[in-house]
Design a protein around this ligand. Structure first.
Ligand code: FAD
Length: 348
């Protein structure tokens, strides 16, 4: 979306094809109430003080940021038979959040792009490269195949998903398909649970909302409120492996998460206004079989060996996994867009 913004601002014609019915990919926020414009994050939540590109993007898009709520005690859940331990130990590292959820960045980006160039629900099924450029075949809502010819091709899907597009691997320089296949999709096998409450009862009890648990199903819990003082919520990373999660219904997992919140925070946690579960391992446009069951590791893909060839083919990569630094993070995705604008020869 940011690559599209750079093209839009430079007056360069483009077409943006997104497989899913919504823009955002791993960025996904849900509303805290039916009539609320702001949301809680089921995908990325934080960025950190050293991540200047994210700070610049929020400023450019006019989105307010706030510090993650960490003031208060931390809870430790060691086993289901021991009482929960409380420690005043940590306030945690400073991290930032986007007011109203990270998806508000996607909304702000969408508003700045020409709607005629944006296409959701248009999965790319085939890519071919000829003497006169790139041929990209996508499927429209009616299942009809539509072909576009383009001078430059900018790829933004996770590397392993790119390899599932027919024809692409055959177009790539020798060695690059194997490197893409070896690049994990950051957090793709994760699942998150979020519960929204009318009041921040944990803060009122002197708690930060942070919990570290060896009991589960959530292994880490944090305050997930939509702004510093509205849309109060808690979220947790689910520690149950994706293969095990797949054997249980979403309802059973949500119930188990809620019971865990009650066991650490008390009865007030039992009745959220609304709760959400997002199992990214079930999101077929993000996760690949390889990502499930692999230990999480940060992607590190150095394209420099292939750069001259890619440049010659007018082929560019802008995803988070293909980042000069901060690979896997939002900041990394912005870094790869910077590389694109600097090296593509399009922005003169
Ligand atoms: C649970 C979770 C927590 C996270 N927490 C953080 C965090 O706190 N901070 C942080 O910095 N990062 C975090 N991340 C990582 C962050 O979400 C990613 O770095 C970032 O969103 C990746 O953006 P991207 O545009 O590179 O890829 P994606 O968001 O994966 O977008 C790729 C897009 O390609 C589309 N696509 C795939 N195949 C096709 C096809 N054939 N045709 C058309 N479109 C296709 C997909 O639908 C998707 O929209 C988290 C991720 C998850 C899942």
């Amino acid at each position: 979306m940011v690559a599209a913004l750079r093209l839009e601002l430079a007056g360069i014609a483009y077409v943006l094809l997104e497989a899913q019915p919504r823009f955002g990919g791993r960025i996904l926020s849900q509303p805290v109430a039916a009539d609320a414009g702001f949301g809680v994050d089921l995908g990325p939540t934080w960025f950190w003080p050293h991540q200047q590109r994210m700070q610049r993007l929020c400023a450019e898009l006019g989105r307010a940021v706030f510090a993650q709520h960490v003031a208060g005690d931390v809870l430790y859940q060691q086993s289901s038979t021991q009482p929960v331990q409380r420690s005043g130990a940590g306030e945690g590292m400073l991290s930032y959040r986007v007011e109203g959820g990270t998806q508000s960045l996607i909304a702000a980006l969408t508003a700045r792009l020409d709607p005629a160039r944006l296409h959701v629900g248009r999965p790319i099924a085939r890519i071919a490269h000829g003497d006169d450029g790139w041929y990209v075949t996508s499927e429209d809502a009616a299942g009809a195949l539509r072909q576009i010819r383009a001078q430059h091709l900018v790829l933004a899907a996770p590397p392993r998903k790119l390899l599932q597009i027919n024809g692409l691997a055959q177009c790539l320089p020798v060695g690059l398909p194997a490197a893409l296949a070896a690049t994990p999709t950051w957090m793709a096998a994760q699942a998150k649970f979020v519960a929204v409450y009318p009041a921040p009862f944990w803060r009122q009890d002197g708690l930060s909302g942070q919990v570290f648990s060896r009991v589960g199903p959530m292994v880490e819990i944090h305050d997930a409120s939509a702004t510093a003082d509205t849309g109060f919520a808690l979220f947790g990373f689910i520690g149950v492996p994706a293969e095990v999660r797949s054997q249980h219904s979403a309802e059973a997992l949500q119930d188990a998460c809620l019971r865990q919140l009650v066991s650490v925070f008390g009865a007030q946690a039992a009745t959220p206004d609304v709760s959400y579960l997002k199992d990214w391992a079930r999101d077929a446009w993000i996760v690949s079989d390889h990502d499930i069951g692999e230990s999480p590791r940060h992607p590190e893909l150095d394209l420099s060996v292939w750069l001259a060839q890619l440049h010659g083919m007018q082929l560019h990569f802008v995803g988070s996994e293909i980042a000069p630094d901060e690979g896997g993070y939002l900041e990394g995705a912005l870094g790869s867009v910077e590389t694109f604008t600097r090296t593509s020869g399009l922005f003169v």
